[in-house]
Design a protein around this ligand. Structure first.
Ligand code: NDP
Ligand code: 2IT
Length: 443
């Protein structure tokens, strides 16, 4: 039956390879559930689970600084609202298309369920490329994007946040336009806001910090600890930098990171203040980090962090960035853990190679859920018109990540797949969403 459902997904969504990949990975975990809980695996429920509730595609015209008009495409896929309002980020990157947004929204549905918070799954974005654009151009783009998106969102309906290419600056422009059009200060309509105007402490740090909490829990389950380990992260954006920061604070040495141009290897450990200045403030290339670090760091044009020997690898850039060849190189160099900060960064062949070598592997829908969980904490603060301290928010995040680890670990054991965090995350997420869908009837 699962094969039939997958074949149906292929027919209805032709050419959408990332979406197919994400669906297949979940369905592959379900045969054991099918045996034990046939009531959850009836065809209608699974067909509905693989079909977004709503998909919106819209035109986004905007004018650049030279007065030229550009036309981009905007997307919002509202995948599943059985557990709460659609929740998930917005991605601005030239590679964004319906396939990418759909796979991300599908993954988000299970991830959000695992947090234990009342949030459904959605995702959006645009093929707009913010690289090299002035603040004024980014603002005009965001205003045009929100002029259409505002029809579809709301604090009880759909609550976007950031993702690749969308950070505090973009959320500010988007929120400003929403407030202006609706004439309402509806704080809970977006998350990732500035702390002065409805944002939560620790939201920028949450995905990377949560990833490291999850990684430390996996190691603890094998009587190992992060202290003293060598770590590599791919990417050098929001998730990568905060993962590196938390890993370093836990006693690890983070020896490499990357961007779309290449990687830096810094054997003494990355200088995180410099990295934040170069990548988050100056929005410059990683080569500038190596230049400013003097002789301490080596920049490898087009290089991969996977070639740098490490105990822990944290892919934090983009989908399908860690392939089978990279996995085998990591295994050859003695890697013990791979935990996904990005969404679906490891190819299915690479996951198989890692698991065959008994490397601990954490799928993104569990390991990177700290970001969206803290977004849900931001919604909670907005609803009660309060602002928690950084410490309180981080403590809640840590608790949630430990809870997700426990859920995945425990579920994998219960279903006879000990140590298989992919099965644990998919099955636990599926049970939570499936039970709620079933209770709410055929909709
Ligand atoms: P950012 O835009 O802050 O950073 C992205 C980083 O990845 C940059 O270093 C960028 O390089 C690199 N990168 C992006 N796309 C590519 C590509 N196609 N090829 C090579 N390198 C690339 O994004 P985030 O850190 O927010 O997001 C990174 C990943 O984490 C994404 O998969 C996202 O979905 C996921 N994620 C994000 C969450 C969040 O809260 N922000 C939450 C959970 C998951 P360059 O600077 O050269 O563009
Ligand atoms: O992939 C993700 O979980 C995110 N980009 C965060 C989404 C959110 O709503 O905070």
């Amino acid at each position: 039956m699962l094969e039939e459902i997958y074949a149906h997904v292929l027919r209805r969504n032709p050419g959408e390879r990332e979406f197919h990949q994400a669906v297949r990975e979940v369905l592959e975990s379900l045969p054991v559930v099918l045996e034990r809980r046939p009531e959850l695996c009836d065809g209608s429920l699974l067909d509905r689970l693989c079909e977004p509730e709503r998909q919106v595609i819209f035109r986004v015209p905007w004018t650049d600084d030279a007065g030229r008009v550009h036309v981009n495409r905007g997307f919002r896929v509202e995948f599943n609202s059985a557990l709460g309002p659609y929740k998930g980020g917005l991605r601005f990157h030239p590679t964004v298309n319906l396939d990418i947004v759909k796979f991300l929204a599908f993954e988000q549905t299970f991830k959000n369920a695992l947090t234990g918070m009342p949030i459904g799954g959605g995702k959006g974005g645009s093929d707009f490329d913010p690289k090299g654009r002035s603040d004024a151009e980014v603002m005009r783009f965001c205003q045009s994007f929100m002029t259409e998106l505002q029809r579809h969102i709301g604090e009880h309906t759909d609550v976007p946040a950031g993702d690749t290419g969308v950070g505090a600056r973009e959320i500010g422009y988007l929120f400003g336009q929403y407030r202006r059009i609706t004439n309402r200060f509806e704080a809970g309509v977006l998350t990732g806001k500035g702390v002065g105007w409805g944002g939560s402490h620790a939201r920028p740090e949450a995905t990377g910090y949560g990833l490291v909490v999850f990684t430390a829990e996996m190691l603890r389950a094998r009587d190992l600890e992060l202290d003293g380990m060598r770590v590599v992260v791919s990417g050098s954006g929001n998730v990568a930098i905060h993962a590196a920061e938390k890993a370093a604070a836990s006693g690890a040495t983070v020896v490499a990171c990357s961007d779309s141009g290449g990687c830096v290897v810094d054997e003494d450990g990355l200088d995180l203040d410099l990295l934040k200045q170069v990548k988050l403030k100056d929005r410059a290339r990683l080569s500038a980090y190596a230049e400013q670090r003097g002789g301490a760091a080596e920049y490898r044009e087009g290089g991969r962090v996977w070639d740098v020997a490490c105990d822990v690898a944290l892919p934090c850039a983009t989908q399908n960035e860690l392939d089978e060849d990279a996995a085998k190189t990591l295994v050859g160099n003695g890697v013990r853990v791979v935990a996904e900060g990005a969404n679906m960064p490891t190819t299915p062949d690479a996951v198989r190679a890692l698991r065959a070598a008994d490397v601990l592997f954490a799928p993104g829908k569990a390991a990177n859920a700290g970001g969206v969980a803290t977004s849900a904490l931001e919604m909670q603060q907005n609803a009660s018109r309060t602002l928690w301290t950084f410490e309180k928010t981080e403590d809640r995040l840590t608790e949630i990540m430990k809870h997700i680890h426990h859920t995945c670990h425990d579920t994998a054991e219960r279903y006879g797949r000990p140590g298989d965090y992919v099965a644990g995350a998919n099955i636990a997420g599926f049970e939570l969403v499936g039970e709620s869908m079933q209770a709410q009837g055929v909709i």
